[in-house]
Design a protein around this ligand. Structure first.
Ligand SMILES: Nc1ncnc2c1ncn2[C@@H]1O[C@H](COP(=O)(O)OP(=O)(O)OP(=O)(O)O)[C@@H](O)[C@H]1O
Ligand SMILES: [Mg+2]
Length: 217
């Protein structure tokens, strides 16, 4: 990212939120973006995840100039390059565990059988074999987060992007998720995790701070 700026209109005026943000993440890194409430973390995450556009600046994802990419093409970029993990899991309540996990692959045009086949290894890695027929409402928070991590992983994205992934979990389940992130990073996954919690951030290999919309390494 080079000199990213982003603001929101407040009446007639634009209120700056992200101020001249420049930073880069190498393949295989595990970075935490740490900052207090209101500092711009989610706004930044939405730009990293290609869910929102910047006002100015340059953003290259895997060498692709996102700032020059049309909105129509960003859907595919999101599907192929980003694995999203949210604080509130964002699972589809009427789908069972397997149906939730295969979603990104179905969106790529795979048949359900092909998608399911491709997910088996990840389901095993996350210890969800016994749960594949359960609905999200029948799972604990920690299990729900493991499902959302599985869903993020199955498409082999360039970045795993997590916004407060332990925010809704008790301490033990939160620790399990962080342990899993370390393991996934050691397996070669690039992780960008956003948090307001120093203890959580310290589990990453590098911490970047965001304060009032500015980044400080
Ligand atoms: N759609 C919007 N319109 C106007 N202002 C917004 C909008 N979204 C966010 N903001 C403002 O931008 C600032 C940064 O918000 P953001 O959600 O990025 O913070 P955050 O660091 O994620 O906070 P938290 O830790 O509470 O989630 C806040 O002052 C917020 O009020
Ligand atoms: Mg936020």
């Amino acid at each position: 990212m080079k000199s990213i700026n982003k603001g929101y209109m407040l009446g007639e005026q634009k209120l700056p939120i992200l101020k001249d943000i420049s930073f880069s993440v190498e393949r295989g890194e595990y970075v935490a973006i740490l900052g207090p409430s209101g500092s711009g973390k989610t706004t930044l995450m939405n730009i990293i995840g290609c869910m929102d556009v910047m006002d100015s600046g340059e953003y290259y994802l895997d060498g692709m100039p996102i700032h020059e990419t049309l909105e129509d093409d960003l859907t595919e970029v999101r599907n192929r390059k980003i694995g999203f993990i949210f604080q509130n899991y964002q699972l589809i309540p009427t789908y069972n565990v397997m149906q939730n996990i295969v979603m990104p692959l179905l969106m790529r045009g795979l048949t359900y059988e092909e998608a399911e086949q491709q997910c088996i290894e990840t389901v095993r890695l996350l210890g969800l074999e016994e749960r594949i027929a359960h609905k999200p409402s029948e799972l604990s928070g920690g299990q729900k987060q493991r499902v959302s991590i599985a869903r993020a992983l199955v498409g082999h994205p360039s970045i795993l992007l997590a916004d407060e992934p332990t925010g809704a979990l008790d301490q033990a389940s939160g620790k399990d998720v962080l342990k899993l992130f370390r393991q996934l990073n050691e397996m070669g996954n690039t992780i960008v995790m956003i948090t307001h919690d120093l203890n959580v951030a310290q589990s990453a290999k590098r911490i970047v701070r965001i304060v009032d919309g500015k980044l400080i390494e």
